[in-house]
Design a protein around this ligand. Structure first.
Ligand code: NDP
Ligand code: GDR
Length: 363
């Protein structure tokens, strides 16, 4: 019997890489959309790559972009997917304040373009659709913990764009009977997380500080509270949502909350680095380089014009209806991320000791 065919947008990102791996293990034929870039951008999925000349290969990449509906229609027509996972997005909240129109085009209208492509091709009763919605929709929270029924109050151009994507997905479900779902995912991390999101920025910097490659870690709001899970657990849920009798929307979260400051302490403890925080909020500084304590300084450039101070999800519906529970704890995840970044830092330290330049990343 022919296996299912999946199309993943954003396959080169953190979730795309884990999801592609999961679907291939389940016997799917996996197609992904990657953007043309001047440098290779497929590092996260290179281990899945198969030569285009390999007969019977089950992993294929197509050039494309969510801003180009002609391209999306052509790819969907060619691939005829049973399932589409729309993970592509300009996904950085702070960057969305700097590129609001682009973020809206890709994150909001990009979702519409995909849904409409499915409809134009007459596949709305065949193709199931997953939309990567987000806890950022809750923004300025009006109730804690947040459930599927908590009202939305987006606080960034990113979140406002994702709000459109959320509702257009619901609308296509109701208007055209499409099997279309929103996964309202809270923050999820891993060693594959982009280096400018706060968890990865911390684990990477701590590993480099440990090896003397970096002196200081500059951060923004240390008091922000997040519900952090592991991306590997969360992509399983994305798949599960498309395997039900009827489409629905689900909150995916751990139900545990920690501050950015807590995360710094956990990563430092994993490496045996001593760290000291002084002051609070914008004045906060924690360091004493001379005594060997790690320097963690607050730089207001990382503050957002409007911040999401606290997020905590209630995954009861996912647990009860889908039997989903996260398997990897925050503590295990921090250990995994720190160890992976330590391996990278060791490679850089070796390069430096041999006279090659290595660069600091303070984004
Ligand atoms: P990443 O930023 O790691 O990946 C985003 C992906 O989208 C990359 O493959 C990127 O390509 C691609 N992309 C960006 N712009 C375009 C475009 N114009 N056309 C086509 N592809 C594009 O995000 P994550 O994997 O962390 O997240 C996946 C999705 O889930 C995103 O939509 C995100 O907003 C959402 N989400 C993420 C959460 C999280 O905590 N990780 C929580 C809730 C929602 P390239 O590699 O070339 O940059
Ligand atoms: P977030 O993740 O905005 O929640 O969006 P991020 O890791 O960027 O920020 C989390 C919190 O940490 C605070 N913070 C910093 N953030 C960054 N990036 N860099 C810093 O130096 C820093 N210092 C403090 C932030 O202010 C914020 O409060 C992520 C993305 O993956 C979205 O795509 C997704 O939708 C949401 O998670 C759920």
């Amino acid at each position: 019997m022919k296996g299912k065919v999946a199309l993943i947008t954003g396959i080169t990102g953190q979730d795309g890489a884990y999801l592609a791996e999961l679907l291939l293990k389940k016997g799917y034929e996996v197609h992904g959309i990657k953007r043309r870039a001047s440098l290779f951008n497929t590092q996260r999925i290179d281990h899945l790559y198969r030569d285009p000349h390999d007969i019977g290969r089950k992993f294929t990449l197509h050039y494309g972009d969510l801003s180009d509906s002609t391209n999306l229609i052509r790819i969907i027509q060619q691939v005829r997917p049973d399932e589409i996972y729309n993970l592509a997005a300009q996904s950085h909240v702070k960057v969305s304040f700097e590129s609001p129109e682009y973020t809206a085009d890709v994150d909001a209208l990009g979702t519409l373009r995909l849904l409409e492509a499915v409809r134009i091709l007459g596949m709305e009763k065949h193709t199931r659709f997953y939309q990567a919605s987000t806890s950022e929709l809750y923004g300025q929270v009006v109730e804690t913990p947040q459930t599927e029924k908590t009202p939305f109050y987006p606080r960034s151009p990113y979140a406002v764009a994702k709000l459109y994507a959320y509702w257009i997905t619901v609308n296509y479900r109701e208007a055209y009977g499409m099997y279309a779902c929103n996964g309202i995912l809270f923050n999820h991390e891993s060693p594959l997380r982009g280096e400018t999101f706060v968890t990865r920025k911390i684990t990477r910097a701590m590993a480099r500080i440990k090896l003397g490659l970096q002196d200081c870690l500059y951060l923004g709001n240390l008091s922000a509270l997040r519900d952090w899970g592991h991306a590997k657990d969360y992509v399983e849920m994305q798949w599960l949502m498309l395997q039900q009798d009827a489409p629905d929307d689900f909150v995916i979260a751990t139900g545990r909350q920690h501050s950015v400051r807590d995360f710094v302490k956990m990563a430092a403890a994993e490496l045996g680095i001593s760290i000291r925080f002084e002051g609070t909020g914008a004045d906060e500084k924690g360091y004493d380089a001379k005594t060997g304590n790690c320097l963690v300084a607050v730089d207001p450039r990382y503050f957002r014009p409007t911040e999401v101070e606290t997020l905590l999800g209630d995954p009861t519906k996912a647990r009860e209806r889908l039997g989903w529970v996260p398997k990897i704890t925050l503590e295990e995840m921090v250990t995994e991320m720190v160890r992976a970044d330590l391996r990278d830092a060791e490679r850089d330290a070796l390069c430096k000791s041999q006279g090659f330049a290595v660069f600091d990343l303070n984004e």
